[in-house]
Write a protein that binds this ligand. Structure first.
Ligand SMILES: Cc1ncc(COP(=O)(O)O)c(C=O)c1O
Length: 430
């Protein structure tokens, strides 16, 4: 099976993180997100240990909260020695309410409201990532109002194509940061170094998501370290920190390559050390921002199958009791997932299905051309590796309440996020 957390019971049913998923369905209802805490911790440790081995003890691994954000995640991150990056006041508030140490938090965002900047400064975050001159000026202005010298890092677009989905490619021309090739990145750095009210701690880049090879990261490091050399020559300044972003690949299907974090980081560590030596720049403290690769393969979604509809001469649809409200990624960019019939894992009567959600859009599919042991209404359908950008992107379209999140660990379960109620749906209506 695609996830290490999955196993099949002697009765041919799916188990996840040591728990019987049908028992979880009876206890918490479906649809349901299930997250294996054991796998989460394994993923966190792979990054922390890999980064320390590659870059030394000053490295920071900051989990990208946008991948999945809820309170119970932050004590686990803290225990495992990670930081967190947040991209909104909402994510910052969640981490803060969970008691997460704010000096391990980086605050991102292309548009930061004044109240969000104030909140980040008052909380004492490690740094705010300035997305450009306008953002920098706002951060400096709010810092002056608060009497706080604002710690910032500067977002740079290095101009790298990591060959991933266009929607998640951020290394080429896009709305994030300031570009290297046009010279605007250098202007940005010079402006920031002269900007009263801020302390420039470092540079930041993020080239995209679902990257399976070291190559694009090494190229980003090379471009950024060349840039560091240029900055040193022109200004005498060297960044204390260099953030290389997230984007490490996750296997969603058997046909996807394996992505060994340890191996990739080892190679990247060697590249960074060599480049710093060759270019004569002091080695900055490296920051990594994995999101997807921490949570995706620790999570799955469990649905109940309703109607199974055969269109004469056409497709076989199985309709499940969730869909684009809890996982919009197929509707958005045809993101691939592996689907199982959790009630009949070993059946040999395979059929081809289009798994459709309950929302009122013909594009509201979860996956097409899925081979499953014959599905009957009432079977449980599992969608694998949904820990990242599913709960985080969930909506109330069709006024469907959001799903609960259950954490499992060695067979024991605990509720981390409760299911939304109908009353929750009305709580902002006047
Ligand atoms: C600045 C930044 N850092 C980190 C990430 C996390 O990327 P991933 O979840 O692919 O690791 C993102 C994702 O969009 C990002 O924009």
């Amino acid at each position: 099976m695609i996830q290490k957390s999955m196993a099949i019971s002697p009765e041919g049913k799916l188990r996840f993180g040591g728990a019987d998923v049908e028992a979880l369905a009876r206890k918490y209802g479906t649809p349901l997100y299930i997250l294996d805490e054991g796998r989460l911790v394994e993923n966190m440790r792979a990054f922390v240990r890999g980064a320390e081995a590659a870059f030394g003890r000053d490295t920071l691994v900051t989990y990208a909260s946008k991948a999945m954000c809820f309170k119970a995640l932050y004590p686990i991150l803290e225990r495992e020695g990670l930081g967190a990056d947040v991209v909104s006041g909402g994510e910052l508030y969640t981490a803060r309410q969970a008691g997460f140490p704010m000096n391990r938090v980086h605050f991102h965002g292309t548009y930061k409201e004044d109240w969000e900047i104030d909140m980040a400064l008052q909380a004492g975050v490690h740094s705010l990532i300035a997305d450009g001159e306008y953002d920098l000026e706002n951060i400096a202005r709010r810092g002056r109002v608060a009497g706080i010298l604002a710690p910032v890092m500067l977002r740079i677009t290095p101009g790298i194509d990591p060959h991933t989905f266009a929607a998640v490619n951020t290394g080429m021309e896009c709305q994030f940061g300031r570009p290297l090739e046009t010279g605007q990145a250098m202007e940005f750095v010079k402006t920031a170094l002269k900007q009263p009210g801020v302390r420039v701690l470092g540079l930041h880049c993020h080239i995209g998501s679902q990257i399976f090879e070291e190559g694009p990261f090494a190229l980003a490091a090379e471009k950024m370290l060349n840039f560091c050399r240029q900055i040193l020559d022109e200004t005498g300044w060297s960044p204390e920190y260099l953030a290389l972003g997230g984007g490490f690949g996750v296997r969603y299907r058997e046909s996807d390559p394996e992505c060994s974090v340890e191996h990739m980081l080892r190679g990247l560590g060697e590249t960074v050390r060599r480049l710093c030596r060759e270019k004569g720049v002091p080695q900055p403290k490296i920051i990594l921002e994995p999101g997807r690769s921490i949570v995706a393969d620790a999570g799955m979604t469990l649905y109940t199958a309703g109607a199974v509809k055969q269109i004469a001469g056409g497709r076989n649809y199985v309709i499940v009791n969730g869909g684009m409200t809890d996982n919009p990624r197929y509707a958005l960019y045809k993101a691939p997932y592996t689907v199982y019939n959790a009630s009949r894992m070993t059946g040999e009567d395979l059929e081809t299905y289009t798994v459709a959600g309950r929302c009122c859009e013909s594009g509201a599919l979860i996956q097409e051309n899925v081979r499953l042991p014959r599905v009957q209404g009432g079977d449980f359908i599992a969608v694998a590796c949904t820990g990242a950008y599913n709960y985080a992107m969930a909506s109330n379209y069709n006024r469907v309440p959001r799903l609960p999140v259950v954490l499992v660990k060695d067979g024991a379960d605990r509720l981390a996020v409760r299911r939304e109620t109908l009353e929750d749906l009305l709580k902002c209506d006047i």
